[in-house]
Design a protein around this ligand. Sequence first.
Ligand code: MLT
Ligand code: ZN
Length: 480
Amino acid sequence: MTDHDLLDRLGEALGPKGLVSEAADMAPWLTDWRERVTGGAIAMALPASVEEVQQVVRIAAESGTPIIPQGGNTGMVAGGVPRPADRAIVLSLRPMNAIRSIDPADSSMVTEAGVILSEVHRAAEEADRRFPFSLASKDSATIGGLVSTNAGGTQVLRYGPMRSLVLGIEAVMPDGSLFEGLSSLRKDNRGYDLKQLLIGAEGTLGIVTAASLKLFPAAPNRVTAWAGFAKASDSLSLLRRLEADLGPVIEGFELVPAASLALVLDHIPDTRAPLTEAHAWNALIECRDGGDARALRGAVEQALAGAIEARLAADATIAASEAQAEALWKLREAISEAERHDGVAAKHDISVPVSAMPGFIESATAKVEAKFSGTRVNAFGHLGDGNVHFNVRAPADANGDAWLAGEGEAVSAFVHDLVAAEGGSLSAEHGIGQLKLAEYARLTGSVRLDAQRAIKQALDPLGIMNPGKLVPLANPPATP
Ligand code: MLT
Ligand code: ZN
């Protein structure tokens, strides 16, 4: 099928509103959020219904055209954009943005893939329920993308990643058939779980068109605190002490080193330091419940005072209003954006056992900064999950892109080797996409890779679903 014929077929299936093929109109959706990859596309399909998604997939299968499912394009590993040499169809799920149903008695909600996360929050609240998953890109990330990448975010400590919050999935399979798995069953033990296979598959096995999400009781009382301390190792001791004092109300515990805070204060407008003095390390602590607001605040105050007395924190503050709580969260959530404004960094999304993380941060930082002169580690994030973004900023005088392609690659291999030695993962929550594929192949055992390839081959024998992401080729072409 020529490109011309392909565009005709897609146009017939989708109508003029559902198809974009002008380069300028497609451009914003062909470069990933980190601006590391610009992919090649013949067209961008904007289907408005499941049936239209099925038609696009059938046309892609017939013509052997790669199809790249895309949500809000907020991913960190270029999993939602084509490869540079592709001639792909980017299939945007954004027009499919209906909340199909909310069932407060069942504590579940069915949303289409294009619904933006903050809309899900709002809809759940209106039904006096809560969808607790959150992350920095909540105003543009879509449910389909979050499901397909098994996203993590800032509430994993209590609620787990997307995988634990999805009850059911509807997905268009690579031959155009429909997996009708939207049921909200809490228990279903019928063997292999196709839903869980599609969650985190990065669009390589099918296209998630809707999801049934698990809701929770509303938890309107929120107490957000910020603590400063001297050593990375204090962070975990502080978390464990607060857990002992406060119990399961703690749902976020985010590590913010002085370097991250300085980047945010330098680059993000309307931000200010939360404590009078600077501390080498800080934690943003979020507690929530549905009980008595003053009681929760009192308990958090007492727990933090006890932690200061025990010298696990040097200072702490508690947000006095929702606006102050939002201001504290902005300091945490804007780290990536501030780092991007500052220059390039080799970014790593690593996990090790929670108990090993503080020691890992200290020793890996010393090793990286000693080996790669002038680099500066900025390790922040989800300490309570054993997951930090161990980012290594280029030396101040480096040429960003050249550094990333040269020394930055060596830095990443070095960091990932240290992570592997701790039994950790090189992708805790961002997925593999394009950017982590080579390192994933290098550091992953053949049993796991062979099983992954066999599943891919079984479900997508034509290899049209998001090729070049997540599943490394068995015999990659030799690099010249
Ligand atoms: C975060 O935790 O802020 C995100 O995962 C983004 C990042 O790693 O840069
Ligand atoms: Zn993160």
